[in-house]
Design a protein around this ligand. Structure first.
Ligand SMILES: [Zn+2]
Length: 73
């Protein structure tokens, strides 16, 4: 089950980054930067499963690029 986070929500994003850090520490070869996350798109506010590659993902609805290392909101 993918975890759900609301992009732009500060406490969710804190959790999100913490989880990424944990994942990266635990499984260096299976980087969180190449993974699917269910996120609420900051642009169209649609909850979407977005696949990230090298920390970048594209919302399949509005085509907004989402960077895992950017600060949202
Ligand atoms: Zn979107």
């Amino acid at each position: 089950m993918p975890k759900k986070y609301r992009a732009g929500n500060k406490s969710d994003m804190k959790k999100f980054m913490k989880d990424i850090e944990k994942t990266m520490k635990n499984k260096a070869e299976n980087s969180a930067m190449n993974k699917n996350f269910t996120l609420l798109c900051p642009n169209c506010k649609t909850q979407k499963e977005i696949s990230f590659k090298n920390g970048k993902g594209i919302c399949s609805k509005c085509k907004t690029e989402i960077n895992l290392d950017l600060k949202w909101g």
